[in-house]
Structure formats: C-alpha cells, structure tokens
Design a protein around this ligand. Structure first.
Ligand code: PLP
Length: 394
C-alpha cells in the first residue's frame, strides 16, 4: 500500500537503546547532546520576544506566495548586516529574491522539487548533519557525499567532489558553518564550487543557519553567500538558529546568481510556494521585531557557547583528547584515542560514566574516535559531563 519513499528503517541504534534503558532504570544521564535552545536555560529577552510574537497576531490574512513583503524586507536587512560584517562585497539581495518557508527543512524540500526529477542526484557534505538522507529519499533524489578531511582544519576533497559529479547531478549543497564541524566555506572553496556549478550546470545551495555564530576574525571564511552571482545560488537561514525559536517556524531562502536563472527559479518557486502557502502570517508579521532582537539573543548564545568551549579546552589540556578548533555553530568535535576493546566510545562513556555524547558516525565522521558535544548544554551539566568524560577516557 505504501510508497518506497515512505519506507524507513525504524530500528533503534545501540546507543538509543542503552540510554533509554538507563533512564528507565532511574540511573542518571549527563546529557552532552542537548541542543534544544528552548530548554537550554538561556537568559534571553523573553518579554521582548513575547511582545514581538504578540504583535504578529494583529492584522488580516494577506497571503503572498513568497511571504509578506515586510518580513522579506526584514530578512534582506538582517542578511545585509551579515554581508557587511563579513565584507563579502556581494550586492544586497532584494526582497523580490527572498522566499519564506516554515523551516529550512521545508526550503530544502522546495529546492529539491525545483531542481530534481526522480533519480537525479545532489552532492551533500560529509561530515554533516543527518537530515539530507531523508530529504533525498522523500524526493526520490540520490544524495551523494562530497567529503571533507581534517588536517589542521577542514578541507574539501575537491578531487573526490569533482569525481562525484554525474550527468544526473543537479546541485551542490554546502553547510557553512557546518554542523557539527563548524567548518566555514572559504573564498577559494566558493570559487571552486561556483566553477564546478557553471561547468556542469548545477545550482549551489548553502545552508547558513549558523551564520550568526561565526567567530571573528573570519580569516578567509565566507560569512554568507547571499548575493553571490557566480552561479545560481540559494542561501538558507531561519529563526530556529538566528533567534533560537525553532517552534516559531520561519526560514528564508535568498536567491542570487545570473539574472536569467534567478528569474526562472523565482517564478517556479513562487508557483510552488503558492500551492502550499507555507509560512504562518502571525510569525511573518512578528519577524521584523524578532530580527531586531537577534543581536541581543546571539550575545547571550555566544556567552554560553564560548564559556562551555573554554571549559572543555581547559579540561582536555594534557590529556589524550583533542578538541578541534570551532569556527562557528553549536557543537565541538572531540578526537579520542582508540577505544577500549574497540568499542564505540559513546556507548562506553554512557555505560561507564553515565555521559551521553553523539558518536561521530551520526554525522558521517568516519574512522574511530570522533565524538560530538553540544556547546548549548546548561553549564553545570556540561562541566560535570566533561569532567566525567575526561576521567573515563583517562
Ligand atoms: C545545518 C542545519 N540546517 C537546518 C536545520 C533545521 O533548521 P529548521 O528548524 O529551520 O528546519 C538544522 C537543525 O539542526 C541544522 O543543523
């Protein structure tokens, strides 16, 4: 009765089984994976956020497939700040080239529909967060990995990326800053990706949901590809990471590139968006007020992320653990020695120390010894968890 598209593997992995058993048995779990900002006990300007959300409730329903003009203008202004901070030199993206959706995941769905027929392929970064496989399956699109390797920084394996392009490939997707590595696209990499896109008639999609967390100085990192005109380019962002409001459900896609494909893409996206009218009106109305609060919210967030990172770096000093440099994003990647008896480190740490971490393989970080920690975790839990982790590894 059901489609192949909706055929999912529902088995739980060993780590999920173990953590459920531990919690069921009433044993404590020091959770270093928590990344829900609404449960992170952050000192956010709650009453101002509430007032902005409340203001969104006024007014009539005025559907616009791309999203309310006032909301798209606010996105354009927010991204223009990113462009200025990063000195990208790209032209600001006008509201007419911005599409609002209820999430970045939904933006991906529209972009896959725009660009791909069944059986087509999209290149996705590896390591990266595990949503792409599902998005591909739901659209009958094959997601082919393009790898990055760590060697004193993350580097795109350009030879592997080029070799992975097939006649069915329709787009190259990048996540910058990457989740979980925090790696940021460099200007040299952007030029190479754009050249490949031009040569093979591909679109470039860059997920920039963590762009507000980029650390200064940026060096040769690209703060945002919004306005990039070297090829048809889609830059994605949203409220879930910019204002720590995943439940507000609003995201934006900025379209830029050579005028002809941009106009064509927008006209098609408008019809697709008109079919769903994805984004709720109250949240679109609230968006200008919420984005005004973004700098304040990001300041609170930055203190949490940097405080936890400093503690982690301090605790691992002189041990066999290594914290990779973090250029942006909400995570830290740890490199560990060979685990005892070749066991999975995450499982070992849960069973021996009650510490829950994310194993590297969740994010396609291949090879032994990778763990990912959320830097959003409440500091007391983070400190206790890191101390227990370091002691268990020692
Ligand atoms: C890189 C990246 N993109 C997109 C998302 C999802 O964002 P949204 O809530 O807008 O769907 C996440 C969520 O963690 C993410 O890590």
């Amino acid at each position: 009765m059901f489609s192949q598209r909706a055929q999912f593997v529902t088995d739980q992995n060993a780590l999920t089984v173990a953590v459920t058993a531990r919690r069921d048995a009433g044993l404590p779990v020091l959770d270093l994976t928590a990344s829900n900002p609404t449960r992170a006990d952050l000192a956010l300007p709650q009453s101002a956020i509430r007032a902005a959300l409340q203001a969104g409730l006024d007014g009539a329903y005025e559907p616009d497939p791309l999203g309310l003009l006032s909301a798209r203008q606010a996105v354009a202004a927010h991204v223009a700040q990113l462009q200025r901070r990063g000195q990208t030199g790209f032209a600001t993206v006008p509201p007419a080239q911005i599409l609002l959706t209820s999430s970045t995941s939904e933006a991906y769905a529209l972009l896959l529909t725009l660009l791909c027929d069944a059986g087509d392929r999209v290149l996705v970064p590896q390591p990266s967060y595990p949503l792409f496989e599902f998005l591909g399956q739901l659209h009958d699109v094959r997601m082919d990995p393009w790898p990055s390797q760590y060697a004193d920084g993350w580097h795109i394996d350009m030879a592997a990326l080029t070799a992975a392009i097939t006649p069915q490939t329709r787009a190259i997707l990048a996540v910058s800053p990457n989740n979980p590595t925090g790696a940021v696209l460099t200007w040299g990499e952007l030029d190479l990706l754009a050249a490949l896109c031009r040569e093979h008639d591909l679109a470039l999609i860059v997920d920039e949901v963590f762009a507000d967390t980029l650390r200064q100085p940026l060096g040769d990192g690209v703060a945002t590809v919004a306005g990039h005109d070297g090829c048809l380019t889609f830059a994605l962002g949203g409220l879930s990471k910019t204002c720590l409001l995943p439940h507000a459900k609003l995201a934006w896609t900025l379209v830029s590139g050579p005028p002809e494909p941009v106009a064509d893409a927008l006209q098609r996206l408008e019809t697709m968006a008109d079919t769903y009218l994805c984004a709720a009106t109250p949240i679109q109305r609230a968006l200008p007020g919420l984005l005004d609060l973004a700098p304040m919210i990001q300041t609170v967030l930055r203190e949490r992320l940097q405080g936890n990172l400093r503690f982690l770096q301090h605790e691992v000093r002189g041990t066999a653990l290594d914290v990779l440099p973090v250029a942006g994003g909400w995570s830290a990647v740890l490199r560990l020695p060979q685990p005892p008896d070749d066991r999975d480190w995450a499982l070992y740490l849960l069973e021996t120390a009650g510490v829950l971490t994310q194993p590297g393989w969740f994010f396609d970080l291949h090879g032994d010894g990778w763990l990912v920690l959320s830097l959003l975790v409440v500091p007391e839990t983070f400190r206790a968890g890191v101390r227990a982790l370091v002691a268990a590894v020692a």
